[in-house]
Structures are given as structure tokens and as C-alpha cells.
Design a protein around this ligand. Structure first.
Ligand code: FMN
Length: 213
């Protein structure tokens, strides 16, 4: 992951006593770090829920590519279904589930687009074929056949044969700015630990509440 905040974690942040934590982003970062060591694949995978123009919820997996004190960043095609939905209703929910740790984290809040400089910097780190794919894939639009996609990839590969592949204008990142975060950890006999953090505004203080499982 890029932009991960380097944070020293007291042991209680990662132990069973996580309910002592006061800063949900630090706690999240500690759990993410642990998941990085224990999950067999994609510890940074998260479900992203959005709302369509009719108010119908939509959900799909994306990868967390940046975490900083402001929030959670992922990258995508801004013309995709999620992009269109977020442009109309810039609010989202995220869900992380780490089976190896029997933990889940929920995040809800408004969404902003990352700066061009941030998106350019991340795009530049992607493998060349993934950069070409960002040009060739009209994400979420109907595709006539796999062959049509392969032709589009071949055309883009020829077009950008020399030099750097520029970032497509319709490819960028979104940052989910947390107002509500909930941490859940499995305990025996379904007597799980749940702690919710809430704040009224993005610069407000976090309030912590323990919830019945
Ligand atoms: C583990 C996993 C990670 C994914 N990561 C991303 C991602 O970071 N960005 C993205 O655009 N799609 C990602 N996808 C594909 C999306 O789930 C989805 O199929 C695609 O973005 C189109 O979604 P939409 O039509 O709702 O816009 C991922 C899929 C999986 C299973």
C-alpha cells in the first residue's frame, strides 16, 4: 500500500484489548498491519458500498491503496458504475473482513476525489500493462466480446509504445473520509467485542461507544 502512515502501535492496539483505543485511524492501521501478516491474499481488499440515482445500494470489492489521517483511498475508472454513483452521491461505506483475524471494520462517510498529483503519482507506480488496461477498459460498459477487449489493448499498446503511459483523465482515486468507524472482533460463544467511533464533523473529536454484539 502506498501512503500508509508510519505509526508506532502500542501492544494493546493489536491485542484483545483494542477497546482501549481512542483513535480509530490508528487502531485501523494497527489491524491492517496485522492483517498484512496473516491474510493469505489481498489484506487491503474492501467492500465499497455506494448508492445509485434511485437510492438502491450497490457494492463491490476494491483495494485500499492509501491510508492517511484524512481517510481511505482507492483507485478506479471515474466513468464506471461506482464512479458515476459517487459523482452524484459522494458518500460511501467500506467493509474490511479479515478471516485470519476474525475481525471486521466498517467505515462510513463522505467521499472526495484525490488530487491530480496524487492520482498521477499512484498511476506511475502501476505495472505498464495495468496502465494500458486503464486506457483500454471502458469499465462497467457492455463489452461485445473478449476479443474486442484484446483488440483495444493491442491498439493502446501500439499507441503508447514509446515513453511513459499517461494517466487517463477518467482514471483517478477517491478518498472515503470517515465519520463513523466500527471495529468488531470475534469472541467465544458469539459474545463479540464491538466498538463504534463517531464524530459530528471531519475535524470533530471522536466519541467511542461499546455496542452489544
Ligand atoms: C479483490 C478485488 C479487488 C478489486 N479492486 C478493484 C479496484 O481497486 N478498483 C476497481 O476499479 N475495481 C476493483 N475490483 C473490481 C470491482 O469489484 C468491480 O468489478 C469493478 O470496479 C466495476 O465495479 P462498478 O461497475 O460498480 O464500478 C476488484 C475486485 C476484486 C474481487
Amino acid at each position: 500500500m502506498s501512503d500508509t502512515v508510519p505509526i508506532e502501535h502500542p501492544t494493546w492496539l493489536t491485542s484483545g484489548d483494542f477497546t482501549e483505543a481512542d483513535d480509530p485511524l490508528r487502531l485501523f492501521s494497527a489491524w491492517m498491519e496485522q492483517a498484512g501478516r496473516s491474510e493469505p491474499a489481498d489484506p487491503n481488499a474492501m467492500a465499497l458500498a455506494t448508492i445509485d440515482a434511485e437510492g438502491l445500494p450497490n457494492v463491490r470489492m476494491v483495494l485500499l491503496k492509501g491510508l492517511d489521517p484524512r481517510g481511505f483511498v482507492f483507485y478506479t475508472n471515474t466513468h464506471s458504475q461506482k464512479g458515476v454513483e459517487l459523482n452524484v452521491q459522494p458518500r460511501a461505506a467500506l467493509l474490511f473482513h479479515w478471516k485470519s483475524l476474525t475481525r471486521q471494520v466498517r467505515v462510513r462517510g463522505p467521499v472526495e476525489t484525490v488530487t491530480d498529483a496524487e492520482a498521477d503519482a499512484y498511476f506511475a507506480t502501476r505495472p505498464r500493462l495495468a496502465q494500458i488496461g486503464a486506457w483500454a477498459s471502458d469499465q462497467s460498459s457492455p463489452l461485445e466480446s473478449r476479443l474486442a477487449f484484446e483488440k483495444a489493448i493491442a491498439l493502446c499498446t501500439a499507441k503508447y509504445a514509446l515513453g511513459k503511459v499517461p494517466r487517463p483523465p477518467h482514471w483517478s482515486g477517491y478518498r472515503v473520509l470517515p465519520l463513523i468507524m466500527e471495529f468488531w472482533h470475534d469472541r467465544p460463544f458469539r459474545l463479540h467485542d464491538r466498538v463504534e467511533f463517531r464524530r459530528e464533523s471531519l475535524d470533530g473529536a471522536w466519541r467511542k461507544t461499546r455496542l452489544y454484539p
